[in-house]
Design a protein around this ligand. Sequence first.
Ligand code: NBP
Length: 488
Amino acid sequence: MTDAANTPATANVGVVGLAVMGANLARNLASREGNRVAVYNRSHDRTEQLLAAHPEAQLIGTETIAEFAATLAKPRTAIIMVQAGSATDAVIDSLCEVFESGDIIIDGGNALYTDTIRREKAVAARGIHFVGAGISGGEEGALNGPSIMPGGPAESYRTVGPIFESIAARAADGTPCVTHIGADGSGHFVKMIHNGIEYADMQLIAEAYQLLRSVAGLTPAEISEVFKQWNSTELESYLVEITAEVLAQVDPATGKPLVDIIVDQAGQKGTGTWTVQAALSLGTPVSAIAEAVFARGLSSQPAQRIAAEPLRGGVSATAIADPAAKQSFIEDVRQALYASKIIAYSQGFDVIRDAAAAHGWQIDQGAVASIWRAGCIIRAAFLDRITDAFRNEPELQLLAATPFFAEALRGAEAAWRRVVTAAVNNAVPAPAFGAALAYYDGLRAERLPAALIQGQRDFFGAHTYGRVDRPGVFHTDWSGSRTETQLS
Ligand code: NBP
């Protein structure tokens, strides 16, 4: 073990937590010109394994947190990549013991944004800067270039910005996929919404697959080809690309498509649920994202699905026989997927807008779309269109209603309705397609049945209502004379 007091402070950045994400991020940092990287992990054997496996990275391994701090040049900058929750708190506490005023602690894990707000307050009280930075792209992104969403004080970004820019993914135009999102927990909030959108995107793709399989009667290999073709249309994206790969995979043990061998229970780590919880607290409708989270929940309840045995039978899917009708249905599904995806993204950006207003964050939503263009799981060609929409109208109220997307939705509408109808008629569950279409219709409706709900609320709880023909607050005496009183 090195004596901390004698350790030369030669590293400009350090990484704490050397599981897959931290190890890859440290290697990514080390591979960039000008960076010298110190590393620390609670269990030292992980540090030793990393140093032995990657001598080319010239990482400075440290055995104690004091030695780690002593190895960092001032202002010290440390990126924490440990399990979200209490592990992150434990690491922050230990860093605060050895860091000084002006030093910077970056939490690159998947923290809940409210934890980040709390942590920043506590750390800032000691004069240390705290930056909650969402990092997307999984282990591959951490190694080769993630999309990075840092929050925290703008002042800290002057130091951490160049470090992040050195390791971030680059969009096709060469721009690094990182920007200062805004104050305190805004970076982790935006990362959470990224993941919520990812849930919706994956569910929509899964519903499209199931419709192509059950209604178009295609095999996984044929559907893989369809997704390959779709990847050269408006749907071009990482998720569509990998879907084609997964569907083409054959299980060597059985010779069957691997997708038929994988247990049909989707896992989740919580960021989709957090997105929906945040949206519910803000009152922002994110129905397509919520249905995606619920669909994973339903898939992962084997007892419930076994208990549903008596509900089986009855209507089931009938594959389309006519080749022309089949082709036309495939194109309908493509359009329905595109339209539903626009709605899911629009809902995600709505939550960012509402959270920014609630927390006083100044978030450039166009820049958010722009840093999702590479390095992250939802990278997609159409993010450029989202950036354009926010550039044209920074305060825009509804992404789905901007000229480009409104035209796309109108163009897809007939196909979208045919697909949702086909899903219902063939008993193929397509909750996210259906929720997205219902939301679209809700947005477009000149009048909603919410008027009846207000009437019911006034009936049982004297909750009052407004009138369309004059201002004021009104109540009808439902249990008595049924006359109306104006209350204000
Ligand atoms: P894990 O989330 O599996 O965490 C393992 C790391 O946390 C190890 O270094 C472990 O140290 C450390 N740790 C734990 Br657990 N408890 C600790 C404690 N009390 N004190 C100090 N260290 C502790 O690692 P990961 O999958 O590399 O992810 C790291 C972070 O990045 C997480 O927040 C994750 O949500 C986020 N993230 C992951 C991905 C992904 O694709 N995996 C993508 C994006 C973001 P030990 O070796 O001593 O046990």
